[in-house]
Every structure is written in C-alpha cells, then in structure tokens.
Write a protein that binds this ligand. Structure first.
Ligand SMILES: [Ca+2]
Ligand SMILES: [Ca+2]
Length: 332
C-alpha cells in the first residue's frame, strides 16, 4: 500500500503542473489569477459645442454622456473641472457618482455652470471607475461681454452740431443716432448715423396783410425771409402797388368821379305831378322830390336845366288864375 501510494502522488503533481502550464500559456488567467478583459469608460461632452459663445454672467448647462465599454464599469464617477478658470459650478457637486454601468450602456450627466470671466475657457469632464480605465473630454467655449445690449448702451442720440443754414434757406442741425446692432450677442456693436434735420422753417417771401393807402397811392407790405448764421431772418418793405389819380381810400384807388347829370321823373317843370330830380353833381349823387309847404298853396318844383338840377318855389293857381292848393307834392 505504501509503495503504491508513493507511486500515485508524483503523478497527480505532474498532471497539475501541466494543466497550470497550459492555462498560463493559452490565457484566461494572469499571474494573480484575475480576468484580463479590458473595461474602459468613455466621456463625451455633448453640450455646449466646442467654440460656443456664452455671455459673461450667464449660466449654462454642461451635459456629458458617460459610456462603458467591454465589461461592467463599477463605481463610476464623473468630475467637471475648468483648467483655464473663468467658470464656476453654480450649484451641486463637481463629481457625479453612480454605482455601475453595464457594458455598452451610457449615462447622461449635467452640471449648471456660470460664466464669470471673459476669454477662451475650458470645460473638462473626467470619468473614473473602480475597475475600468478612466477617460476624459475637454472643450473650449468663448465667454464674452456683448458690446451693447440695447440702443441705450451706445449713448444718447442727440444733435451734434449747432444750427446752420441749409437747403431752401432754412435752419438745420445734424442729429446723430446711435443704435446697437445685434444687441446682446457676440457680434453686437454700436453704430451711428448722422442726418441733417430741419429745425426751423424760415418761411417764404411774399406779400403779407392787406393793401393800404400811403399818401395818394396803394401799397402792401412785402416780407423777405432768409437764413443767416443759423438763424432765420426777415424784413418787410412797403411796395407800391398802384398810384391813384383820384386819391386812395381803404387800400384802394378812388373811382373816377361821376359826371354831372340830371333826370326828372315828371318830365320837367310839371306842377301837377310830384316828381323827383336825381343825378350827380360834383361827384356826389343827389335826389330831390317836389314838396308842398303843408296847408298852403306853396310848391317847390324841381326840374333839370341841362345836367344841373334847379327848383322854383311858387304858389299853385287853378285855370281861373285864383290860388289853388298843394298836396302830396303837387298842385290841384
Ligand atoms: Ca319836375
Ligand atoms: Ca312836379
């Protein structure tokens, strides 16, 4: 029994050595006995895009997609950092931790970041795992202060010259308008434009008011306007419109005086009909009607002699030569 025992034991040892040698040569275990399959993490910053323009002082979200390759990744941690400074974590922790990621799966993580310094800034996300190879991703963003966010940022729009005489003899000033192009953006800029603005209309030359008499003639005021040293000027003058042969009244020449004339409605010296003599004498119209002296025989009869009126006052007589009476401007 003893001999046979001594013969079997070396055989088992030999077989064991051969098996171990074969495993060592053909893989499956390393020298410490652990698996050699390579697990690794992947890190991709999906937002913002590299080169993104972000306004200084504003907050933005960094989003990264963390993946696991080959084998399961255990105790995964992703940490955000800012190698170039200028960015700060607004809330929460820089490191996000979760237990594990299955092979081929991914996890999205995000951080709220504030931009507090202009310039080209870097965002780095690094991922580690207890049993997998670490990874990281780095992007650059541009933190800027916009040149302007509204027209008011460009200063007041205002007149930039004193008054001057311009087109049409009127008064102008140059007005500068300042405006913000692409307000609030990386491309924003203040732009100005200058326009000539009419600030006073000096009016037009021309007659003003109503014609008036000056001496024996008709005149009217004439307004002459202009511009001098940035101010409206004006002056008036008396302009002769018409010289009058017969004088001037109320801004117009008097008419030619009427010629002397005489007409008689009862045909002449006619005491048995009341008549009226009328016409013009020395430019004045007149009208004279036959008149009784009431309660008597006396009649004033008007009649024409040539182009002049004349009259006779006399008593009325009947056909017998005796006194008659006068009534309603005629004899009976
Ligand atoms: Ca008469
Ligand atoms: Ca008469």
């Amino acid at each position: 029994m003893k001999h046979s025992s001594n013969g079997i034991l070396p055989g088992i040892v030999l077989i064991g050595a051969v098996v171990l040698g074969a495993l060592f040569l053909f893989g499956g275990f390393d020298i410490t006995g652990l698996t050699t399959a390579q697990a690794s993490t992947s890190t991709v910053i999906s937002s913002p895009a590299t080169g993104a323009e972000i306004k200084s002082g504003e907050s933005f979200t960094v989003t990264a997609v963390i993946g696991c390759r080959n084998s399961k990744c255990n105790t995964v941690r992703s940490t955000i950092s800012f190698p170039a400074g200028g960015l700060v974590l607004k809330t929460g922790s820089a490191t996000k931790t979760w237990t594990s990621l299955s092979p081929g799966s991914s996890q999205t993580v995000s951080w709220l970041i504030q931009a507090n310094q202009t310039g080209n800034r870097q965002v780095k996300v690094s991922t580690t795992s207890k049993n997998a190879q670490a990874s990281s991703n780095l992007i650059s963003v541009i933190i800027y202060v916009p040149a302007c966010s509204s027209n008011a940022d460009c200063g007041p729009s205002q007149y930039v010259t004193s008054a001057y005489c311009g087109e049409g003899g009127d008064v102008f000033r140059d007005y500068q308008s300042l405006m913000c192009a692409y307000p609030g953006t990386f491309s924003s800029s203040c732009q100005s434009s200058v326009t000539s603005v009419k600030v006073a209309d000096c009016g037009n030359n021309g007659f003003v008011g109503q014609p008036y008499c000056l001496g024996l003639s008709v005149y009217q005021k004439y307004l002459s306007v202009g511009c001098s040293s940035g101010q409206c000027t004006n002056s008036t003058s008396d302009v002769l419109l018409q010289e009058c042969l017969n004088g001037c009244s109320n801004g117009a020449c008097n008419p030619e005086p009427a010629l002397d004339s005489c007409g008689d409605s009862d045909g002449g010296f006619n005491t048995y009909q009341q008549g009226t003599v009328s016409g013009n004498s020395n430019g004045q119209a007149y009208s004279l009607t036959d008149t009784c002296f009431n309660g008597t025989a006396s009649l004033t009869e008007y009649y024409c002699v040539g182009d002049q009126a004349t009259s006779i006052t006399n008593n009325c007589y009947n056909v017998n030569g005796s006194l008659s009476y006068c009534y309603n401007g005629r004899c009976y």
